[in-house]
Design a protein around this ligand. Structure first.
Ligand SMILES: NC(=O)c1ccc[n+]([C@@H]2O[C@H](COP(=O)([O-])OP(=O)(O)OC[C@H]3O[C@@H](n4cnc5c(N)ncnc54)[C@H](OP(=O)(O)O)[C@@H]3O)[C@@H](O)[C@H]2O)c1
Length: 233
């Protein structure tokens, strides 16, 4: 791994924690962001509070070789967020929350953190998205808010990649699909997933970091799965 200094936004999550642990085990200096903050090189931020993101990035300072946005929401009972089975269940507040956390929040992180990517060498910004956010791949329907917010994230990543390349031609800005991973986010939906397709967070993190290590600036703007395959938008 060539990442020397990294920041993980959403390091309290199942996949985010595993990504941060794997990077640290590899000798990387890792900054871990979560709503609670705390710990060595820990910082507090909330995706719905731009000031908290700006303050966190100011605290990290210096160049970052790798930025991972590993946050996201699929269900949140306290806010009425749950994957819809039908258009009848669409609720504007719940949908707005999904967009705030899954699309607008990562865009705000990018706004503040992309200036910290190196100018004269490779740097990577990767946001965890989901295959179900692919419009071309959608055959099942449902999960309106989650799918649409991830599709919006994918578009934002493509836009950010195009703009970033103008000042940082060696940068890689991508969206990643981690596979189905045993975390709190997927817990209600793991039934029926064959054991060999349900990854532990550590396995998913290892696979994703392998993909990140192999991506080149020519891949910037794309959506890639845990096995390195490009997913259609
Ligand atoms: N697990 C899967 O099977 C799967 C499949 C496809 C895609 N993904 C994507 O992978 C990413 C990570 O998912 P996961 O499975 O690791 O989920 P997770 O364990 O539920 O972690 C979610 C993370 O998002 C953070 N978060 C939620 N709302 C936030 C907010 N307003 N501000 C800041 N942070 C916030 C959580 O922080 P708190 O600890 O503060 O709540 C937590 O760190 C998500 O983008 C998800 O959509 C997961």
């Amino acid at each position: 791994m060539d990442q020397r200094r990294a920041a993980v936004f959403g390091a309290s999550g199942g996949i985010g924690a595993a990504l941060a642990d794997a990077l640290e085990a590899d000798g990387c200096e890792v900054w871990r962001g979560s709503r609670g903050g705390g710990g060595l090189r820990g910082f507090a931020f909330d995706l719905t509070d731009e000031d908290s993101i700006a303050a966190a990035v100011a605290r990290i300072g210096g160049e970052l070789d790798l930025v991972l946005v590993a946050s996201g929401v699929l269900h949140d009972a306290a806010r009425g967020v749950a994957p819809e089975k039908s258009w009848r269940q669409i609720d504007p507040a719940a949908m707005a929350r999904a967009f705030a956390v899954n699309a607008i929040g990562p865009a705000l992180v990018a706004k503040h953190v992309l200036p910290l990517l190196p100018k004269g060498r490779r740097g990577v910004f990767a946001a965890l998205s989901a295959r179900v956010g692919s419009i071309g791949d959608n055959r099942l329907g449902g999960w309106h808010s989650y799918r649409a917010s991830k599709a919006a994230l994918n578009m934002l990543v493509r836009n950010l990649a195009i703009e970033c390349a103008r000042s940082r031609p060696q940068a890689v800005v991508v969206a990643l699909h981690p596979g189905t991973v045993a975390t709190g986010l997927s817990a209600p939906f793991q039934r029926g997933v064959p054991a060999e397709r349900l990854f532990t967070p550590a396995v998913a993190a290892g696979a994703l970091l392998g993909v990140v290590a192999r991506l080149t600036p020519a891949d910037s703007g794309g959506l890639f799965a845990w096995d390195g395959q490009a997913i259609p938008w």
